[in-house]
Design a binder for this molecule. Structure first.
Ligand SMILES: *Cc1c(COP(=O)(O)O)cnc(C)c1O
Length: 384
C-alpha cells in the first residue's frame, strides 16, 4: 500500500490486475473481476446474467440484505427460499419448493449463499439449474477458501465448476480484508468482459467491440485514440489500487487465516460439546471442508431461562462481541410489504436460536476458553 501511495497510480493501475491474477490462481477460476464491495459484486453478477424486470430470482431467506436487494436493484423479483433449521443453509429441496411457489412465473437464477463458510449444495443446485435452464450465481462472501467433494474430485468455491459466477466480499469482517472490496469469479469470458464494462460506466474500449464505424476509426482504419462506446449503462464499481494492494497482501496470509479459523472452530466445538443439547455446535455438511467465516452455535434460550438479548448484553459487558446472522431478509418491512409474510419455518427456527460468537485469526486459544466461560457464567449452565 505504501508503494502504491508513492507510485504513479492510486487507482486504475497495475495493482488491480495483480490482485485479480492472484485471486484467480487461488480460486482456479479463469476470470476475476475485482470491485468496490461484495454488494457491487452481486450487482455486477446479477446485471450481467441479464436478470431484469419480469424475472424472478431465488434467494435463501437466511442471508445478508445485499443478496436480495441487488435482485431488486435490477428490477427483478425475489422469491425467498427456506433454509435448514439446523445449518441455516438452503438445500436443493428448499430451492425446488421456492420454484414451485412461483406458480409458473419465469425464474432466471438461483443465488445460493454458502452461509458461515459451509457449502450450499453446489452440485445438486447445479443439476437443478441445468434441468430448468437457470443460472447459478453463488454468493460466496462467507466461503473464500472453502472446498467440497463431488464425483471423487475436490472443488473450490469460486472455481465456478458448478455455477456461472461466484461473488466475494472483502469487508474487514470477512476472511480477507480490502477495507471495502469484493470480486466476482467466472470461467465465461463474455461474462467477464461485460462485468468489466459494467464496473466502469459501461465503457467499451476494445476496438473489436466497437459498433459505430466509421466514427471509431480514422481514414487509415486505425482506432481513434480518444474513442469509446457505451452499449449498456454501468456504474463506477472500481476498487482503488490502494484497496487492491491491501487485498493482494492479505491473500499471502489466506492459508494461515483459514487454518487458524478451523483450529478455533475445533476448540469451540470441544469446549461447547458438554453443554449439548442446550447448546448445539454447528452441524457440519458432508463433503464440505469449510473455511469458517462464522461460528454460530444454536442455543435453546427457553431451556436456558435467559433471553438472547440478555446473553448478548452480559457477554458485551465483559468485552465479548456477538451477533445474530441473520434476521431472515423476508421478514424485513420492505419485503413483507412487497410479498406478504413469508411462511419459511426453517429460517424462522434458525433465526430464533443462533448466535455468532467471536471468530478471527488473531484469537488465542485462551480467548475461546474465555468466551465459553463467560457463556457458562451468564447462563449458569452445567455440563451434561
Ligand atoms: C458481506 C456480505 C455481502 C455484502 O458484502 P459487502 O462487501 O459488505 O458489500 C453480501 N452477501 C453476504 C452473504 C455477505 O456476508
Amino acid at each position: 500500500m505504501v508503494e502504491t501511495l508513492h507510485g504513479d497510480w492510486l487507482t486504475q493501475g497495475p495493482q488491480i490486475e495483480d490482485f485479480e491474477d492472484a485471486l484467480s490462481a487461488i480460486l482456479g477460476a479463469r476470470h476475476v473481476i475485482s470491485c468496490s464491495s461484495g454488494t457491487a459484486a452481486l450487482h455486477l453478477a446479477i446485471a450481467t446474467a441479464e436478470v431484469g424486470p419480469g424475472d424472478n430470482v431465488i434467494v435463501p431467506a437466511n442471508t445478508f440484505l445485499a443478496t436480495a436487494n441487488m435482485v431488486r436493484m435490477v428490477g427483478a423479483e425475489v422469491i425467498f427460499a427456506d433454509v435448514d433449521p439446523v445449518t441455516g443453509l438452503m438445500t436443493v429441496d428448499h430451492a425446488t419448493a421456492a420454484m414451485r411457489s412461483a406458480d409458473g412465473a419465469k425464474i432466471k437464477a438461483i443465488i445460493p449463499v454458502h452461509y458461515a463458510g459451509q457449502c450450499a449444495a453446489p452440485l445438486a443446485l447445479h443439476e437443478l439449474a441445468n434441468t430448468h435452464g437457470l443460472s447459478i450465481i453463488e454468493d460466496a462472501c462467507h466461503a473464500l477458501g472453502t472446498t467440497y467433494e463431488a464425483n471423487n474430485e475436490t472443488y473450490r468455491i469460486g472455481g465456478c465448476a458448478h455455477s456461472v459466477m461466484a461473488t466475494f466480499s472483502f469487508h474487514p469482517v470477512k476472511t480477507i480484508a480490502m477495507g471495502e472490496g469484493g470480486a466476482v469469479a467466472t470461467n465465461d469470458e463474455r461474462t467477464a468482459i461485460r462485468m468489466r464494462e459494467f464496473r466502469n460506466h459501461g465503457m467499451v474500449r476494445d476496438p473489436q467491440r466497437f459498433t459505430d464505424t466509421p466514427g471509431s476509426h480514422d481514414d487509415a482504419g486505425v482506432p481513434q485514440r480518444w474513442y469509446y462506446e457505451m452499449h449498456q449503462p454501468g456504474f463506477n464499481y472500481r476498487p482503488s489500487g490502494l484497496h487492491c494492494a491491501l487485498g493482494r497482501s492479505q491473500l499471502t496470509k489466506l492459508d494461515r487465516f483459514i487454518a487458524r479459523r478451523r483450529e478455533l472452530v475445533d476448540i469451540y466445538d470441544q469446549l461447547l460439546a458438554p453443554y449439548a443439547p442446550i447448546i448445539q455446535v454447528p452441524a457440519r455438511m458432508a463433503d464440505c471442508t469449510p473455511a469458517w467465516h462464522l461460528y454460530a452455535p444454536r442455543f435453546d434460550f427457553a431451556a436456558l431461562g435467559i433471553s438472547r438479548n440478555a446473553l448478548m448484553a452480559s457477554l458485551f459487558d465483559v468485552g465479548i462481541g456477538t451477533q445474530v446472522h441473520y434476521i431472515p431478509v423476508s421478514m424485513q418491512p420492505y419485503y413483507r410489504s412487497r410479498y406478504g409474510t413469508a411462511d419459511l419455518p426453517g429460517a424462522a427456527a434458525y433465526y430464533a436460536c443462533s448466535l455468532s460468537l467471536p471468530l478471527f485469526p488473531a484469537m488465542q486459544d485462551a480467548d475461546v476458553d474465555r468466551v465459553v466461560g463467560a457463556i457458562v457464567r451468564a447462563t449458569g449452565l452445567r455440563k451434561t
